[in-house]
Design a protein around this ligand. Structure first.
Ligand code: AVI
Length: 341
């Protein structure tokens, strides 16, 4: 899920530098939604909130995208290779369920590798990789088009988390939305449902569907190791967001003052990632500053984990039916195909 570096445009500034007092702080907002149109305003709102937060979309500057690729290679981070094994093992059964000749719409395509691994089985009539990162997308598609000259490709650079209005170049027939990687888990449950409903409304009734990869609930030690690896790559990925925020809004975070915290919250079935202040400190950005006390945290990401029932319930509520699921041998990860009802 590569995302572009965002450019600071504006921030909510006060006339003078002032500490943010508890009674002035905003309520906790949904961490993974970009509900402010400007990154500066959104970041300042998050840093000024009573419980500070930074949306996980700010992980993905150039270095963050490389660190995420490195995470996918870590021995502890099982989701990427587990999902790939499910596609390798079950692609014929998936093609039998989906049928060949679909319009394959790949949400958050990145390097397009997961979708490409299914081209042989699915034989799509058109491939539509969608990603917010224009340069990365066009580079990936160029290489892919050379390997698969017979498949028409229509890359779309857009932020599909806010809209799924597709241009007329995207074939309306037999659309299959592909959403791998358990990225749905980075939304809050209500946002996840709203997102699936948007996907559903981009499909005509009774035609087309979604193929989605989701990480399953499992042993806490396995989950926590995946988000707190021995080499500290996930810690670097989390801390890198501070460097990116400094670039975006001119803040003066020092990554050395913060520690990576990741734990499984069983009540909400989610990994939570935070950055915790190592000492009392002040962070400044143009127009404001904030005191963080030792041990105070900035929330950076949720990664929800699902049961089979959660997946079926979510898809059902979003207007999908006829679900088929495939698993790896340990049942750590699920790939689900569901049709538009
Ligand atoms: C992109 N997303 C599905 C990853 C996840 O597992 O939630 C992001 C990630 N965060 C830390 N490690 C990986």
């Amino acid at each position: 899920m590569a995302q572009p570096a965002l450019i600071p445009t504006c921030w909510d500034s006060s006339d003078s530098d002032s500490d943010i007092r508890a009674d002035q702080r905003q309520p906790r907002a949904e961490a993974s939604s970009g509900h402010c149109s400007q990154p500066g305003a959104e970041l300042v709102a998050g840093l000024s909130a009573r419980e500070a937060y930074i949306s996980p979309k700010y992980f993905y500057d150039a270095l963050g995208s490389k660190l995420f690729e490195a995470i996918c290679d870590l021995p502890e981070y099982y989701p990427t290779r587990t999902e790939a094994a499910i596609y390798a093992t079950h692609q014929d059964a998936m093609a039998a369920a989906v049928g060949t000749g679909c319009t394959l719409i790949d949400l958050g395509a990145g390097n397009c590798a997961k979708a490409a691994s299914l081209f042989g089985a699915l034989q799509p009539r058109q491939y539509v990789p969608v990603d917010i990162s224009t340069d990365f997308l066009h580079q990936s598609v160029q290489g892919l088009q050379r390997r698969f000259p017979e498949i028409p490709m229509q890359p779309l650079a857009m932020d599909f988390s806010s809209t799924l209005t597709l241009p007329p170049e995207v074939d309306a027939q037999r659309r299959l939305f592909f959403y791998p990687g358990s990225s749905l888990g980075n939304f809050d449950p209500q946002q996840a449902l709203a997102f699936l409903r948007r996907v559903r409304s981009a499909l005509p009734s009774g035609e087309g569907g979604i193929l989605i990869g989701l990480d399953l609930v499992k042993d806490t030690h396995v989950l926590e190791a995946a988000y707190d690896d021995a080499l500290g790559v996930t810690a670097a990925f989390n801390l890198n967001v501070l460097k990116h925020v400094n670039e975006l809004i001119g803040a003066d975070f020092n990554a050395r003052d913060w520690r990576h915290v990741a734990f499984y919250n069983a009540r909400f079935q989610r990994i939570e990632m935070h950055l915790e202040a190592r000492r009392d400190l002040i962070v400044r950005w143009p127009g404001a500053r904030r005191t963080f006390h030792q041990g105070e945290r900035i929330h950076t990401e949720y990664s929800h984990k699902f049961s089979e029932q959660d997946i079926l319930g979510l898809l059902e509520q979003a207007g999908f039916g006829g679900c088929r699921m495939w698993f790896d041998t340990r049942r750590w990860f699920a790939v689900c195909y569901a049709q538009a009802r």
